[in-house]
Design a protein around this ligand. Structure first.
Ligand code: UGA
Length: 432
């Protein structure tokens, strides 16, 4: 077993730290947020991620997972120092690496001789080599850098961490790369040991490809609406071809979250900055940004002007199974609806009454955040924006009685059209 330090207790850092501690390693989890560190020490986790809190609690209490705000406490003993700080895109569209460089500068003098810095955060190609150069510039000839991109999906991160479809480690020294992969004690998982730039670009290109698939099917969905086709049937038919496959072909409101939008932008900006022409990436992003208009069009066809109309938006989180609201398409839609003069009420199973005011302030635009009953009471229309099972399986006849209007826009194409019709509601899908 090894001694590890993980820098950053966000989704990536926390899941990795908890799982590696569960395997038996001694893990110090470092975060600058002292109150978060205190909560973690008490075994409590701020994010909704199935199985994570149990892992954190068990490994904090058996002493293998130590949360700290103190680099000196974590770094000198670590054989592997893993960075999981956030790498958002900046004003220029490029990944903003300031948090990463800040961390590298702090830990460089503290790393033990022979230790490896492992970048877990999503970073543009060239970053791992730049990190190693930074370590050298700090006088460290005796420590090394590698990258192990994280591929888990939020909402199933622990499950994905235990059995990922593949593991990619980018390290110029293959034996060192293999040792990093070996920390996980995984069997039967395809492992690719490669150069850092390959690993970095594979991660970004994977997210960008998933995003491009979603935008592709959304563009076709708009055409399905024109020609009277049903995009869910079309996507199903396409997916039966094993060369295409059926996943990431669900048309609707488009992609959100902290990864896909930022990684499309970051990759496209790096390409452009280096003389490339990111035509497909830019199109994927532009199609996605226009998705709320498909909902506005659907509502407009039935309600005319939205000025003064009350619209209930079901869903605030960027996808079901998570409380993460970052770059949520549901929020973008709610704001866009409010900009048309509609009165917007939003609701989400992860936002309780205690948090509703703060979430409303975060969303802005005068959007009310409330529970499902209050959101739909007297509403002229309902938009399903996040396909939580409790929304998909709603008692539609009962809901219909609370509404003032009949229109339900299924912005994720998951509702049972027949059931809604039978409840006297007008079903509007996006491309079906
Ligand atoms: C994404 C990738 O799927 C992970 O592999 C990657 O590790 C992660 O980013 C990351 O870089 O950290 P995640 O952000 O959890 O994971 O989100 P996804 O489950 O991929 O969904 C992204 C968005 O696409 C959601 O808004 C979802 O509603 C939307 N989506 C997904 C569609 O609109 N249609 C689809 O067919 C699939």
């Amino acid at each position: 077993m090894s001694r590890l330090a993980v820098i950053g207790a966000g989704y990536v850092g926390l899941v990795n730290a908890a799982c590696l501690a569960e395997i038996g390693h001694d893990v110090a989890l470092v975060d600058v947020d002292r109150s978060k560190v205190e909560r973690l020490r008490g075994g409590s986790v701020d994010i909704l991620e199935p199985g994570l809190e149990e892992l954190v609690r068990a490994n904090v209490s058996n002493g293998r997972l130590l949360a700290t705000a103190d680099y000196e406490e974590a770094i000198p003993a670590a054989e592997y120092v893993m960075t999981a700080v956030s790498t958002p895109v900046g004003e220029d569209g490029l990944h903003d690496l300031r948090a990463l460089w800040g961390a590298v500068d702090s830990l460089a003098p503290l790393m033990s001789s022979g230790a490896t810095l492992v970048l877990l955060s999503t970073v543009p190609p060239g970053t791992t080599d730049a990190a190693e150069a930074r370590l050298r510039a700090a006088g460290r000839e005796d420590v090394f850098a590698a990258v192990q991109p994280e591929f888990f999906q939020e909402g199933r991160a622990v499950q994905d961490a235990w059995s990922p479809p593949r593991v990619i480690v980018g390290c110029r020294d293959r034996a060192r790369g293999a040792a990093i992969a070996q920390l996980w004690r995984r069997e039967d998982v395809p492992l690719l040991l490669t150069d850092p730039a390959n690993a970095e670009l594979a991660k970004l290109a994977s997210n960008a490809y998933l995003a491009a698939r979603i935008s592709f099917i959304n563009e076709v969905a708009d055409h399905a609406a024109r020609v009277g086709a049903d995009i869910t049937e079309v996507a199903h038919a396409m997916g039966l071809d094993p060369r295409i496959g059926s996943r990431y072909l669900s048309a609707g409101l488009g992609f959100g979250g902290s990864c896909l939008p930022k990684d499309v932008q970051g990759l496209s900006s790096q390409m452009r900055a280096m003389g490339g022409e990111p035509r497909m990436l830019d199109a994927a992003f532009a199609v996605n940004q226009a998705r709320p208009e498909a909902v506005i069009r659907g509502l407009g066809e039935h309600l005319g002007s939205l000025e003064g109309k009350t619209v209930a938006v079901l869903g605030i989180a960027f996808k079901p199974g998570t409380s993460d609201r970052r770059e949520s398409a549901a929020i973008t839609l709610a704001r866009r609806l409010a900009s048309t003069g509609a009165r917007v009420r939003a609701t989400d199973p992860t936002v309780g009454p205690d948090e509703a005011g703060a979430v409303a302030a975060e969303i802005g635009g005068g959007i009310e955040v409330t529970d499902l009953t209050a959101a739909t009471e007297g509403a002229d229309a309902v938009v399903l924006a996040t396909e939580w099972p409790e929304f998909v399986d709603l008692d539609w006849p009962r809901l219909a009685q609370r509404l003032a209007g009949q229109v339900v826009v299924d912005a994720r194409n998951v509702l049972d059209r027949e059931a809604l019709h039978n409840a006297g509601l007008t079903y509007v899908g996006l491309g079906r």
